[in-house]
Design a binder for this molecule. Sequence first.
Ligand SMILES: Cc1ncc(COP(=O)(O)O)c(C=O)c1O
Length: 381
Amino acid sequence: MDAIPFSGIRKVFERAKTLEREGRPVIFLETGRPDFDTPAHIKEAAKQALDAGDVHYTSNFGTPALRGAIAGKLQRENGVAYDPDGEILVTVGAAEAIFLAYLAFVNPGDEVLYPEPTWVNYAAVARLAGAIPVPVPLRESNGYQIDLEDVGRRITPRTRVLVVVSPNNPTGTVQSPEVLRNLADLAIRHNLLVISDEIYERIVYDDQTHLSLASCAGMRERTITINGFSKAYSMTGWRLGYAAAPQPFIQAMNRVHQYNVACASAFGQAGAVAALTGPQDCVTAMVAEFKRRRDMVVPAINDIPRLSCLNPGGAFYAWVNIGRMGIGSEEFSMRLLESAHVSSVPGTVFGESGQGYVRFSYANSYERLEEAMRRLSRFCE
Ligand SMILES: Cc1ncc(COP(=O)(O)O)c(C=O)c1O
């Protein structure tokens, strides 16, 4: 257990909560969840399911209705066909799907390649499974696009899995179709299993396009696509996600899943069906609001001497270079919280290459974000 750290995000959050309880006007920008309510028609579908007595275990794989809706979505939006009977597994959040994929497919000592910085679970859960997480650093100088040579240099006979997260948390980077196609070729050449985390796929801005790795030639048979409802539909507390992959992969993951949680909540799954099959204007409106905030926050940060931030193409995070402030990420975050009452996440939480960076989430109201930017500016002065 000594190899498994507590998530550094919780540490900031707990301190921020304490300050708030003491009466300080804390603005919470460390959070990784949309600040909107779940759209009404989704909640309504879950309520109706509850009232109809939908309170029992479902199939381990998820309800047929939800698996069918997921298969329809993957075909329509991602251009990949999956059999809802055996190639889709409904999980308790995308987080569970990641856990299952690692437990099912890595042996102790296997190496897992993952882009760094990225969401904390990819390294921590690899360690839980006895594997060795091998970070591939993402560089600001090439817009945090995955560098093929950096990946190639780290492939060894023990490399089993390649993780790709696009759009990425915390950098907000959408990997270009060219990078993804080259990564696909590399994965095929080295016979790697690929975990493609596409949970932020709907939250992309401007002319960015999301490409599903499984839709690239030769990739469907080696890719586990992981997605969920938390980000696109603001359903983090519902704990619903899914994995799509060829049947032998899903069967293996289900072996772990059946002894882990058995299934996701029955009435929650009814809500998720409504999310996928109902009107999508709620997603469009949420993304438009995220974009409005990004277009205020990122220039405001770049106006502050000694801070800089690339314009993120997706997700809802600003990944800010604080290197010229002359202090480390943790000190920056803690001092900003203590003296300006703005919470952020030190970049080091996402791996060593996050030193010199902090993450701000703009999943907060426009007005509070404006106030946070004023405080950040004064703090840096
Ligand atoms: C890249 C990424 N994948 C997965 C998740 C987890 O999503 P879920 O709420 O579906 O478990 C997160 C949450 O922040 C994330 O950033």
